[in-house]
Write a protein that binds this ligand. Structure first.
Ligand code: CP
Length: 302
């Protein structure tokens, strides 16, 4: 594997290898000196054209824990504002010797385009509404750590599926790993193509929750919306928000996940977000180990 562009590119063995490697590398985080020499002399460029808190910082920390040199490039404040294209920006950074390029971009397909232009490995850190494969991998890692398995797990992904790269990558990866996914959303927030996805679809959260091991709540991505997709925030929350009362209807060992950023009071109540059954900060911590594993497996060879 040279690039990580789509969760759908991983077969079961490859995905399991990444999760197992992340479990090994997680131990580095418990040491006094949280560093391995594995990627010494290698250069990782973080190329971020869209805002990010979790993905950008965890890729940076992961690369540093593996002793790589790290260049953080943010489109804001760069020559992108002068009209420089993605290709010319990428070739400029490659000329500085990038072995790996982590890219986040608002255009679906940007990571695939980049992979055709640069010599190093490309890691998709979120391209438009298309994919976010390392998020799906860290989510699977978190489910496996908390619940001990992925095979047969019943996962509900709830909310703005239409604009969610997290939902698409999770459906592809979790299905490969033997879990059953149900997407729950109002019809207006489901993609037209959802019938071809390898999952179930429901419009009724209350009907799905009692038979769910994992509920993954998604933020409504207002920044990608030009139309109105539901009558009001209040109505959306009433039908598709997770509050303490709804959490009680789930099996007692079921967990609540969220990729972040959360909008408390909309898709998730503060009570649920702060509950020990909510794994949101665990997901962030696991994201560092998972991204270490991906960088190690892609860039660690000779
Ligand atoms: N989950 C996620 O991708 O968060 P950021 O946008 O903060 O990176």
């Amino acid at each position: 594997m040279r690039h990580l562009l789509s969760a759908g590119d991983l077969d079961r063995d490859e995905a399991t290898l990444i999760l197992d490697t992340a479990a090994e590398l997680a131990q580095v985080g418990d040491r006094a000196v949280k560093k391995l020499p594995t990627l010494r002399g290698r250069t990782v460029v973080n190329l971020f054209y869209e805002d990010s808190t979790r993905t950008r910082t965890s890729f940076e920390l992961a690369a540093k824990r593996l002793s790589a040199d790290v260049i953080n490039f943010s489109a804001k404040g760069s020559s992108v504002s002068k009209g420089e294209s993605l290709k010319d920006t990428a070739l400029t950074l490659q000329a500085m010797g990038a072995d790996g390029v982590v890219i986040r971009h608002s255009a679906s397909g940007a990571a695939h385009r980049l992979a055709g232009w640069v010599d190093g490995s490309v890691l998709n850190a979120g391209d438009g509404t298309h994919e976010h494969p390392t998020q799906a991998l860290l989510d699977a890692f978190t489910m496996r750590s908390r619940l001990g398995r992925l095979e047969g797990l019943r996962v509900a992904v709830v909310g703005d599926i239409l604009h969610s790269r997290v939902a698409r990558s999770n459906v592809l990866l979790l299905t490969t790993l033997g879990a059953h996914v149900t997407l729950v959303a109002p019809p207006t927030l489901l993609p037209v193509s959802v019938g071809t996805w390898p999952c179930e679809v429901s419009y009724d959260l209350d009907e799905v929750l009692p038979k769910t091991d994992v509920v993954m709540m998604l933020r409504v991505q207002a920044e990608r919306m030009r139309d109105s997709f539901f009558p009001s925030v209040r109505e959306y929350s009433r039908n598709y928000g997770l509050d303490g009362e709804r959490l009680e209807r789930m099996p007692s060992d079921a967990i609540v996940m969220h990729p972040g950023p959360m909008v408390r009071g909309m898709e998730i109540s503060a009570e649920v977000a702060d509950s020990p059954r909510c794994t949101v900060t665990e997901q962030v911590a696991n994201g560092v180990s998972l991204r270490m594993a991906v960088l190690y497996l892609l860039l660690g060879g000779s």
